[in-house]
Every structure is written in structure tokens, then in C-alpha cells.
Ligand binder design. Structure first.
Ligand code: KG4
Ligand code: ZN
Length: 345
């Protein structure tokens, strides 16, 4: 039993998460999702998310304490997602964390959601060898990061090497699912539909991977052209009275996304000399992304760190473990003035 006992609260999007860790040991990770309430709208409705967080926060907190067999008075610190995310959703978590910290007289740490997606890996694979490249792929973000000091207390912290110039990878999955008539969230359903399809059936474009685009955007991503290409392909088939082979479209789309994500991630390792590559965010749960990355990392002599799929999507444990890192590194607690910042970099 080493390391601080930290309670982490996550509420940046549609998942209310409360996690409890002791250092790198996971004690509880309770998540209440409002995803089904958003499904009929085809995407997250901020107002619905905020109300769902309000309703779910205390029951989720209670479940986490019961699972970890921890009394709130025992925790050493409280960490909360301060941003980025939906403003109305973030403020629910921040208000809850502040109230707890005040009532229990515990230090409070406002942390970055994206750094949390990276830090969650510590729960599975222990201390992070640095520098390490992290491929962060979620519904709102797609970035390649060079991680030097995850707590951001000493050293260079986390440097963004590149990011999407339009849609995030998860957003592309969600939009393509929608145009194929599949439900929200699209990632898991497209992943499943692709399982029986041929990834080479349709040659969809790979954005920013050649010529001047690649030169100017070596570590950036673009998925909106791919989404439009899928839409055009489907429209043409329908206009010509031909069937749309869903598994082949899904597999070919997925192959284009995963090909670009993995090629650029491996290239980032080569360019920075990083020998370790970590993936995080909801899309990191994708089966093809994980297998292709494993193949290419192996060929490049890079060690891959992939948290289990359940830890890749939004949760409270990732915030708790990041909080524990900050505590360990001697980071300063946030004061009572801590606010939510929807556009935290
Ligand atoms: O990290 P996350 O839970 O929330 C955000 O911070 O955005 O990521 C959610 C995104 C959604 O776009 C969802 O469609 C996608 O992750 N996703 C997947 C898979 N599971 C979730 N995308 C591809 N394949 C999956 N298996
Ligand atoms: Zn996320």
C-alpha cells in the first residue's frame, strides 16, 4: 500500500465518473453514463449531460467508496477534471469536488482531462518511461503528445506535436455511423460492423499523408475529407440503385482511420526518439487500432502501452491517478477559486 489515497471526479462529457486510487493501485472506478439519453439526438446534448451529472454524482460517489471500502475522511486528496469539456457538465464535477474538499478539509487538485487519458495507463503498467509519445484519440480530441512529465510539475510537461485540423477521430466514427444509419455512439458499432467486412474493399482517402500536406502537417490529422468520401460513396451507390455493403464500408473507413493514426504515431516516435508509445481516449478501445498499432510498434522496435478498453473511455480513475501523480510530484493544490475551463489546452 504505497502512494496517496486520491478520489477523482470526472464530468467533462456524458460520463459521471468517480475513481479511487492509492498511488498506481486502482481501488474503485464507478461510471454512470447518460449516453442512452443522448442516443436519440445523435450526439451529446449539453443540457441533458449536465442534469444527468447532477443526478448521478452522489450515488456514483457512494458506490465508489463502497467498492473501495474507503471512508471519505480517509482520502488524502481530491482531484477533479477542470477541463477541457462541456462547461455545464464540468461545473457539476468541480462544484462537487470543491464541496467535498471544503467539508472534509482535504487538498483539491483541478487537473486536465486529456492528461488523465494518458495517466490512466499508470494503473495498468506502472511508472511511465519518458519521453513517451501518447496518441490521444477521443470524441473531442485527436492529438499526438510528447510526454516528459505527466504531472506537469517539473520538466517540460506534455508537448503537443500535432492534432486534428478538423474532426476528431471519434467524431468521424460518430458521423460515419450516422450516415450509415447506425446508432450513437458510432465507434463501437462501426468497430463491430467492420469485423465481417473487407478493409481493402474501398480505397478511402488518408488525410495529410502525402506531398505538401504531409510536410506541413506531419503530426496533424484530418478526418473530414474521409467522412465526406464515405458519404459520397454511399450516395453514389444509392443513386445507382446498388446495395450498400455495410461491413465493407465500415471496415474500409476504419482501415483509413487506423492506418493514418498508427503511421503518424510511429513516425512521432521515430522523430522524437521515444521508445514507448501509449494510447488513450475512447477510440483507443478500437480493436483494429490496437492490433495495427501493435504490429507497427513491434516492427519499429517501440514498446506499446495500451490500457484495457474499459479504462480508455472517460472515467474517474484516470483523474484520481493523475491527481496522485501531482501529489507525489509536490504539485500545489488548487485554491477554492478553482473553476471549470471548457477550453483548457
Ligand atoms: O474518450 P471518450 O470516452 O470521450 C471523449 O472524451 O470524447 O471518447 C468517446 C469517443 C466516441 O466518439 C466513440 O464513438 C469513440 O470514442 N469510441 C470508439 C470505440 N469506442 C468508443 N471509436 C472506435 N472504436 C471503438 N471501439
Ligand atoms: Zn475523454
Amino acid at each position: 500500500m504505497t502512494g496517496p489515497l486520491v478520489l477523482g471526479i470526472e464530468s467533462s462529457c456524458d460520463e459521471t465518473g468517480v475513481g479511487i486510487v492509492r498511488g498506481h493501485e486502482l481501488l474503485a472506478n464507478e461510471v454512470a453514463s447518460s449516453v442512452e439519453e443522448h442516443a436519440r439526438f445523435g450526439g451529446v446534448v449539453p443540457e441533458i449531460a449536465s442534469r444527468a451529472h447532477l443526478e448521478a454524482m452522489l450515488p456514483t460517489l457512494e458506490r465508489a467508496c463502497a467498492t473501495a471500502d474507503v471512508d471519505l475522511t480517509e482520502v488524502d486528496a481530491i482531484a477533479v477534471t477542470a477541463g477541457p469539456g462541456l462547461m455545464g457538465a464540468l461545473v457539476v464535477g468541480v462544484a462537487a469536488a470543491k464541496a467535498l474538499a471544503f467539508a472534509l478539509d482535504k487538498p483539491l487538485y483541478g487537473v486536465n482531462h486529456l492528461a488523465g487519458h494518458v495517466a490512466v495507463d499508470l494503473l495498468e503498467h506502472g511508472p511511465l518511461p519518458t519521453p513517451c509519445v501518447a496518441l490521444l484519440v477521443s470524441g473531442g480530441h485527436t492529438s499526438l503528445l510528447l510526454v516528459d512529465d505527466i504531472a506537469g510539475v517539473a520538466g517540460r510537461g506534455i508537448v503537443e506535436l500535432g492534432s486534428t485540423i478538423d474532426d476528431a477521430a471519434g467524431e468521424a466514427y460518430d458521423k460515419v455511423a450516422r450516415l450509415l444509419g447506425l446508432p450513437y455512439p458510432g465507434g463501437p458499432v462501426v468497430d463491430r460492423a467492420a469485423a465481417t467486412g473487407d478493409p481493402r474493399a474501398i480505397a478511402f482517402p488518408r488525410g495529410l499523408t502525402s506531398g505538401r500536406d504531409l510536410e506541413r502537417h506531419r503530426f496533424d490529422f484530418s478526418f473530414s475529407g474521409l467522412k465526406s468520401a464515405v458519404a459520397r460513396w454511399v450516395e453514389t451507390r444509392e443513386r445507382d440503385g446498388l446495395d450498400v455493403p455495410l461491413p465493407d464500408v465500415a471496415a474500409s473507413f476504419q482501415e483509413a482511420v487506423c492506418d493514418v493514426l498508427t503511421a503518424k504515431a510511429i513516425d512521432a516516435c521515430a522523430a522524437t526518439g521515444a521508445k514507448h508509445l501509449l494510447i488513450g481516449g475512447g477510440v483507443a478501445a478500437n480493436g483494429r487500432l490496437r492490433s495495427l498499432l501493435a504490429e507497427r510498434a513491434d516492427a519499429a522496435g517501440v514498446t506499446l502501452r495500451t490500457p484495457r478498453p474499459g479504462l480508455c473511455t472517460d472515467n474517474g480513475a484516470m483523474i484520481a491517478v493523475l491527481g496522485a501523480e501531482v501529489v507525489n510530484a509536490g504539485g500545489r493544490p488548487s485554491g477554492p477559486e478553482l473553476g471549470a475551463d471548457s477550453s483548457l489546452p
